[in-house]
Design a protein around this ligand. Sequence first.
Ligand SMILES: [Zn+2]
Length: 173
Amino acid sequence: MTFDAVALEIGTVRLADLQATGVRDDEVAVVLLTDGGNEHRAIVSTTDKASGRGVHRAMRCPRCGKPAGVLRHHEGVLQCARCWPHRTSQQRQSNLAWWRRDGGRQTDQLLRLALGRHRPGRLEKMQALADELVLADEQRLSTLLPHIGTALDGGVPVMADVESVLAIGVQEP
Ligand SMILES: [Zn+2]
C-alpha cells in the first residue's frame, strides 16, 4: 500500500498534513507514528464544513463521521476530539517537575511553533525558546559539575567549566 500523506506529529493527523501534499482527492492514504511507536496507516476522507460565511474542507472522523480539523490515534482508530477528548501536553504535564524545572513548557511551545502555520515572528519566538532551553541546560550543567567532580573523587579529570564541556561537545562528530 502506498500513502499520500505523512503526519508529522506522533499520534495525530492534521488537515494541514493532508493539504501539504497537494492531493485534492476525497480520500487520502495517511501514515503516522502512534504513541506506542508503531506505524498506523489509514484512509482519511475529507468533507466540506460550513464555517462562518463560507465552507472549507475538513477531515471526516472515521468514528462519528463529523468534520474535524484534527484526528488522533486512540485504541487503533483515528478519532476526533468529540469521540476522544484530548488533553494538551500542558494539561497533562504541567504538574510534573520536568515541565516546570527542565524546560517542558519551552519544549512544548517550540514543537507547536515548529508544527504550526508560518506566522510573522515565529522563527524569532522559536530562537528565543531554544536560547532559553540551552541557557537553562548550561546552568544545570554548571550546577552539576562540582558534584560530578566530587563523585569521581579526583580519579578522573573533570572539566572545569561549562565552556570546556561545550567545546568538547562541538568537537565530537
Ligand atoms: Zn468523531
